[in-house]
Every structure is written in structure tokens, then in C-alpha cells.
Design a protein around this ligand. Structure first.
Ligand code: FES
Ligand code: FES
Length: 158
């Protein structure tokens, strides 16, 4: 029998309260409860990065965190970051460099790239590859993704 919990958190700037099964993970919560379907579910084991979500300013694996653990937190998804324009340069660079094919990995990739650029504004290509190594992409071969992130790093620090 599922035990339910009441949670209140901020998602993309909006306060949200729900009663949910205690074992609901964060990515299922945003996708199915809030219909924010930009965060994807791939491996469900913390390996692929498709479910990447930002919680209190840090990226997390949405498949490994319970929604109940985000009670009281500020959660940001790709929808929020797209709407506020804060990663529009990354989105544009991914588009222009052809770093998006099926797009399944892209929301997680963009959130991870943004975290990298906040921590290290001038990463080497090696740094970029290392930082995105937990985000799997089955389509692009990564070259174009690394190019896009490198371009934004250069543009932001110009
Ligand atoms: S679905 Fe969470 S890391 Fe793969
Ligand atoms: S663009 Fe298809 S998985 Fe990365």
C-alpha cells in the first residue's frame, strides 16, 4: 500500500502543492503531475542524464530523487529555463551547430552545459567532454554538442 505525502515546492517560479505517493520520483512528478515533459526518462538508474532537473540551483538526476525530497525546494526544469531566456544562447548554438537530432538528450544536456558554464566559464574541450560524460546521446557523436558549448563559453566571456 502506497503511503501518500503532502509536498509544497516552487517549480519554475510557481508554488505547487500536491498529495502524492511517497515513492514518486521527481522526474515522474514533473512529467505526469505537472505535465512538464521536457525532462525525459531514459535509464531510470542515474546513468543517462535524460532526467536532469535543477533543484536549489544544482542539477540532480530526477530519476534518483524522490519528489518528497524536493519539498520546500526551488525546482527548475528546461521549460522554466527556456521561458526565462537564461539559456537561449545555448539553445541557439545547439540548433545552429546541429547538436540536436532526436532531441531526447537535449534538455538534460542543456541543463548540464549551463551548470558547467556557471562553474567554469572557460572550459577546455576536454573539460566539456568530462562534464557532459554522464549525459548520453545516441545520435550526435558529441562533437557538435561540444562545439556548441565551446562556442557559448567563448561568446559569454568575449
Ligand atoms: S533516467 Fe535518470 S539518469 Fe537516466
Ligand atoms: S540528440 Fe538524440 S539522443 Fe542526443
Amino acid at each position: 500500500m502506497d503511503q501518500n505525502v503532502d509536498i509544497t515546492l516552487k517549480v519554475n517560479g510557481q508554488s505547487v502543492s500536491r498529495r502524492i505517493p511517497a515513492r514518486t520520483n521527481l522526474v515522474d512528478f514533473v512529467r505526469y503531475e505537472l505535465e512538464l515533459t521536457g525532462s525525459h526518462v531514459g535509464c531510470e538508474h542515474g546513468v543517462c542524464g535524460a532526467c536532469t532537473i535543477r533543484v536549489d540551483g544544482q542539477i540532480v538526476r530526477g530519476c534518483l530523487m524522490l519528489a518528497a525530497q524536493a519539498d520546500g525546494a526551488e525546482v527548475e526544469t528546461i521549460e522554466g529555463l527556456s521561458e526565462d531566456g537564461s539559456i537561449s544562447d545555448l539553445q541557439q548554438a545547439f540548433h545552429e551547430r546541429n547538436a540536436v537530432q532526436c532531441g531526447f538528450c537535449t534538455p538534460g544536456m542543456l541543463l548540464t552545459a549551463e551548470e558547467l558554464l556557471q562553474k567554469n566559464p572557460s572550459p577546455s574541450r576536454e573539460d566539456i567532454r568530462e562534464f557532459i560524460s554522464g549525459n548520453y546521446c545516441r545520435c550526435t557523436g558529441y562533437q557538435a554538442i561540444v562545439d556548441a558549448i565551446e562556442r557559448v563559453a567563448n561568446e559569454r566571456s568575449a
